[in-house]
Design a protein. Structure first.
Length: 305
């Protein structure tokens, strides 16, 4: 199983020095990937509760970077690790602009981009970018159509129910052909079926492994129904640990627990068949140095026990 780290694109370490420190940490320690998330607003009172046990949005979101710009910066300061979004809200811009941005980043990173898309949870952000909250599934499907057609074409045009792109020559191609892998963060039955039917993989968040693998089974079966090879799909599992000093019970893990518990969780995930797991240590550490220390201890524990 591959292991990754979230870049500090939220909170007080969302600075050039913080990004550089985690880039060097990942490359030097032997991590496989770096990841960014996506926020455009941090309302004092969101119109919908944050999807967590407390329902409260992390204060770190009050300080947020553009995920693709941050990954471009990371690409310039790394040579080996893959660079992923978890997740990028692909509906906040037109699909042709999204295609251009993703293609550019894949070229500049020499083919290291992993595109992780999501639909978000907060209607306020859709209001801010003038995109309707309703109809997100249809908008996502047409966005995926545009990405696939754009990356596959030398001359491209699109006429759909939501988007129109006049004919254009497409000279710049992604380094990865036919395009970078596109994964989706989805948890509803319809979303899971969409992953199996047309995406390159799944971007879940940490949950009890029996539940996780049950959802993965839904995706795999849908892939078979769509006459796709389920073995070509990948799962990249995001873990946002709330680290505690004492061991927690099964009612709180994997949302909160000790570092040792998260190491055990990662090892069990590898045995269950998870392809990649990445840690976002941004919720607990008080300092960047502590974040780096946790990354080293976690990697050592998972790789060498």
């Amino acid at each position: 199983m591959k292991l990754g780290l979230a870049l500090p694109t939220f909170g007080p370490d969302a600075r050039p020095e913080g990004i550089l420190r985690i880039c060097r940490t990942a490359e030097d320690m032997g991590y496989d990937s770096l990841w960014t998330g996506d926020r455009v607003l941090a309302p004092r009172v969101p119109s919908a509760p944050y999807p967590s046990s407390s329902g409260e949005m992390p204060r770190a979101y009050e300080n947020h970077m553009d995920p693709l710009v941050a990954l471009t910066f990371a690409a310039a300061h790394t040579t080996r690790v893959h660079l992923g979004t978890s997740t990028l809200n692909g509906l906040w811009q037109s699909p042709i602009m999204l295609a251009r941005s993703l293609t550019t980043l894949d070229v500049l990173s020499h083919g290291r981009l992993i595109v992780g898309l999501g639909l978000g949870w907060m209607p306020d952000e859709y209001t801010a970018v003038s995109v309707p909250w309703k109809g997100r599934g249809a908008r996502l499907d047409e966005t995926l159509d545009v990405l696939e057609e754009y990356w596959a074409s030398d001359v491209f045009a699109h006429e759909g129910s939501l988007f129109t792109v006049p004919e254009t020559v497409v000279g710049l191609k992604p380094s990865q052909r036919p395009g970078p892998p596109v994964l989706l963060a989805a948890f509803t039955p319809g979303g899971l079926r969409r992953v199996g039917r047309r995406l390159g993989g799944w971007l879940p968040v940490a949950m009890p492994l029996p539940h996780l693998m049950g959802m993965w089974d839904v995706i795999q079966k849908e892939a078979v129904q769509a006459e796709r090879d389920p073995a070509t799909l990948r799962m990249a599992l995001r873990v946002n640990p709330q680290l505690t000093d004492t061991k927690t019970g099964p009612d709180r893990m994997p949302q909160a627990g000790t570092l040792a518990q998260y190491i055990d969780y990662a090892r069990a995930a590898a045995e269950a068949g998870v392809h990649e797991l990445f840690m976002d240590f941004g919720q607990t550490p008080a300092t960047l140095a502590e974040r780096v220390d946790l990354a080293g201890r976690f990697l050592e524990g998972v790789r060498h026990g």
